[in-house]
Design a protein around this ligand. Structure first.
Ligand code: MLC
Ligand code: AMP
Length: 490
């Protein structure tokens, strides 16, 4: 077999000190189970089981539905060690989404936490199901040979067309992201990451979780809850959030009494790095967090397909409202104001969709991000918006207006509908449905209808009942008129 060995696996299971702690849970207790050695051992046992399905998984997909926890890490590393391509599913996905993700990725096997098994039982067909919590036989196998080019992960992301697309990332591409961030942000083995992001998107799983493991550091995994995060800053050196998390942190801070504020401010001084990404952080929030904590948030920009591209400097000026400069190894051009990217972190393609993959690159092989921006004289990039109004970013989740519209059209009261993102203080943008109706329709009823059919973060937060939808002479929907804005870029 040709190709160099996976640099990602070399780091994930090559940690020199087996007793170093890689993962702790919400209570922060280290215990023996979360050490690099213990995770490696359980991951190897899972890999051996998976290779019982097929000796060389050779990039075949293995989907897994495991809540954010040490078991998630065991599973991810186990799938990678088996030579399989990991497809993380989320407990936040509804049945329709799980059905699409499983059908589209056509996994060879599914790994599941026992309590979540009922969610995939009816969807798995004849595929074998492995329970992550089962004790596993200790089979000794040589590690599968996995190359840098081999597919490591498929992450699903919403696009401007139809259902979410699977972004295939190779071991080498993920390693390039992690190496670039390690250098840029000076990740250290002594770091402790406070991790509250979901683990089915690149921010949570690659930038944060694998970022920590690549460096041999420790990640504490827990659900986001503002007061708890403030308390835990005192035990952490790194925090990574989406802007909505910082909004919620500042709301909690402002609501707290003076002594709590003083304690939280002091605790936050332990952070050597607090980053923001996935959506725009306002200069006002940047400043409010700095006033509360003395910590200057480092904002960076990335995308599932391209990894991380731009970042404010770790040392040097972090400019509020800017996403900074190219990360090591990355090249960004502004072509007609659109950011186009060349990078060793680049994805290998959309799973099973060659036409979409080809269309994603320009004639010079640069990825078309669809994000619009400008550079200042020092090279710092400021983002101005997106080319398509069919993409909505709510709380850092990328949502497709078209996907939500498709569901809404099934509602008996709806004649026609357009979904737009409306500026929102907390969420960045909130999902708003503009609908022509044949009978009265209330937002709450619409939300109930939607919740059965999509992840709850996609459900419209606003309903505007309109006489008709604005169309041009060709009959094409004019979404920008619904926004009341002239520029399609904003
Ligand atoms: C939760 N809700 C949302 C929402 N998150 N609604 C709209 N947009 C969101 N993002 C809804 C819930 O469904 C629930 O609805 C209600 O809000 C309260 O839920 P919650 O669980 O209490 O909310 P909270 O935990 O505070 O969630 C906020 C959040 C979360 C910011 C922690 O949204 C989050 O984890 N966002 C991160 C998304 C992310 O990782 N994106 C990265 C993509 S990768 P109800 O009706 O049930 O009450 C990427 C590339 C890059 O973008 O550069 O990083
Ligand atoms: P995703 O497809 O979920 O990976 O989201 C990628 C998109 O998130 C990018 O194309 C941007 O639109 C947006 N994004 C990421 N980081 C930032 C940021 N710092 N500021 C504004 N938008 C961002």
């Amino acid at each position: 077999m040709s190709g160099s060995a996976s640099p990602l696996l070399a780091r994930l299971v090559g940690h020199p000190i087996a007793t170093d702690v890689a993962v702790v849970g919400p209570d922060g207790a280290a215990g023996g189970a979360g050490t690099y050695g213990a995770i490696g051992a359980r991951a190897r046992a899972l890999a051996a089981q998976l290779r019982g399905v097929r000796a060389t998984l050779d990039g075949a997909r293995v989907a897994f539905l495991v809540p954010p926890s040490r078991s998630y890490v065991d599973t991810l590393v186990g799938v990678l060690l088996s030579g399989g391509c990991a497809v993380p599913l989320s407990p936040l996905h509804g049945p329709h989404e799980l059905e699409h993700l499983i059908a589209d990725s056509s996994p060879e096997a599914i790994v599941v936490a026992r309590e979540l098994a009922p969610r995939v039982e009816g969807l798995r067909g004849a595929r074998p199901l492995f329970f992550i919590d089962d004790p596993r036989p200790t089979v000794t196998l040589h590690d599968a040979r996995v190359t840098a080019e081999a597919p490591a992960m498929i992450l699903y992301t919403s696009g401007t067309t139809g259902k979410p697309k699977g972004v295939v990332l190779s071991h080498g591409a993920i390693a390039a992201t992690l190496a670039s961030l390690e250098e840029a942000w000076q990740w250290r083995r002594s770091d402790r990451l406070l991790h509250t992001l979901p683990l089915h998107h690149t921010h949570g799983v690659i930038v944060a979780l694998l970022g920590a493991l690549w460096a041999g550091a420790c990640a504490q995994l827990l659900p986001f809850e503002a007061a708890r995060v403030w308390q835990l800053f005192a035990d952490s050196t790194v925090f990574m959030g989406v802007p909505t998390m910082y909004v919620k942190l500042m709301e909690a801070f402002e609501a707290a009494d003076e002594s709590t504020r003083a304690r939280w401010s002091l605790g936050a001084k332990k952070l050597r790095l607090a980053t923001s990404g996935s959506a725009a952080l306002s200069a006002r929030l940047h400043q409010a967090f700095r006033e509360a904590t003395g910590v200057t948030i480092l904002e960076r920009y990335g995308m599932t397909e391209i990894g991380m591209a731009l970042s404010n400097p770790f040392e040097g000026e972090r400019v509020p409202g800017s996403v900074g400069l190219e990360l090591p190894g990355v090249h960004v051009d502004l072509v007609d104001d659109e950011l186009r990217v060349r990078s060793p972190q680049m994805f290998s393609g959309y799973h099973g969709d060659r036409a979409a993959t080809e269309a994603a690159f320009d004639e010079q092989g640069r990825f078309r991000t669809g994000d619009v921006g400008e550079r200042d004289e020092r090279g710092y990039v400021r983002l101005l918006g997106r080319a398509s109004s069919d993409i909505i970013k709510s709380g850092g989740y990328k949502l497709s207006a078209l996907e939500i519209e498709e569901v809404l059209r099934e509602h008996p009261a709806i004649v026609e509908v357009a979904v737009i993102g409306v500026p929102d203080e907390t969420w960045g943008e909130r999902v708003c449905a503009c609908a022509v109706v044949r009978e009265p329709l209330e937002l709450e009823a619409l939300r109930v209808f939607c919740k059965e059919r999509m992840a709850s973060y996609k459900v419209p937060r606003e309903l505007r009942v309109v006489e008709s939808l604005p169309r041009n002479a060709m009959g094409k929907l004019q979404k920008k008129l619904l926004h009341g804005l002239d520029s399609p870029a904003r």
